[in-house]
Write a protein that binds this ligand. Structure first.
Ligand code: HEM
Length: 207
């Protein structure tokens, strides 16, 4: 039980908090998207009520914001390594038996052959096209795929949406004096997870 819980804790905490931090950074950097996300929350949730889990399914734009965040900033950029059980042909490649296969999800999310204007943070793309985290064409697989797919998707999804919705519902967000959205440092640190090189520093303002 001890190792099960330490696995769950390790796999679930960093990944979810990094996702919220990247989402907030992208929202602050893209005021148009921030305004639309906040407007949706203000329309869907009655004034003075706090956001609860059951509201998430009605927050379609917020869901698109989370997908767009995980497209550009998948916390587990290379998934877990695979090993080929036998020689296999994959597209134009031959994978030899025993080869270690690393899937670069980060690169798929920024590939112009897969996504139009990949560097642009535009959640609307997920309103135009119905893509979920288990999509068959493997365009969006921040939780991995197949038998080893992340078992924490339901919890992660609830927590990330709920935390984001709460932060956006109650506050307007601004950057520290002297920092402009267009000059924000969006560098990454590659480790087991891909975090922001400089932690996000944002100032909540009560509207
Ligand atoms: C945004 C949040 C999260 C992301 C992006 C994420 C992503 C991933 C990825 C990419 C894998 C490897 C899947 C593969 O290689 O196919 C994985 C595995 C795993 N995740 Fe998550 N995860 C998140 C949250 C969570 C949470 C909340 C939990 C549980 C509390 C969790 C538990 C696990 C476990 C136990 C594994 C190993 C599964 C196995 O090896 O069979 N994850 N996760």
């Amino acid at each position: 039980m001890k190792s099960l819980f330490s696995d769950l804790f390790a796999a679930g905490s960093d990944t979810s908090s990094i996702t919220v931090e990247w989402a907030m950074a992208e929202l602050i950097r893209n005021p148009r998207v921030m305004a639309r996300a906040r407007a949706e929350i203000a329309t869907v949730i009655e004034p003075k009520k706090v956001v609860v889990e059951s509201d998430i399914e009605r927050l379609h734009y917020l869901q698109a914001v989370v997908k767009e965040t995980l497209r550009l900033h998948p916390p587990v950029a290379f998934l877990l390594p695979r090993k080929a059980e036998s020689k296999i042909a994959l597209g134009q490649y031959i994978i030899p038996e025993g080869a270690r296969v690393v899937v670069n999800v980060w690169a798929i999310g920024r590939d112009p052959r897969v996504w139009a204007d990949p560097e642009e943070f535009r959640p609307e793309r997920f309103l135009e096209e119905d893509i979920d985290f288990k999509c068959r064409d493997l365009k969006l697989i921040p939780f991995g795929v197949g038998r080893r797919i992340c078992p924490g998707i339901p919890l992660a999804s609830r927590m990330v949406h709920l935390v984001l919705a709460s932060l956006l519902q109650r506050f307007e967000w601004k950057l520290e004096d002297g920092v402009e959205p267009e000059n924000m440092d969006m560098s990454e640190i590659f480790g087991i997870t891909v975090a922001r090189a400089l932690p996000l520093r944002a100032v909540p303002v009560v509207p």
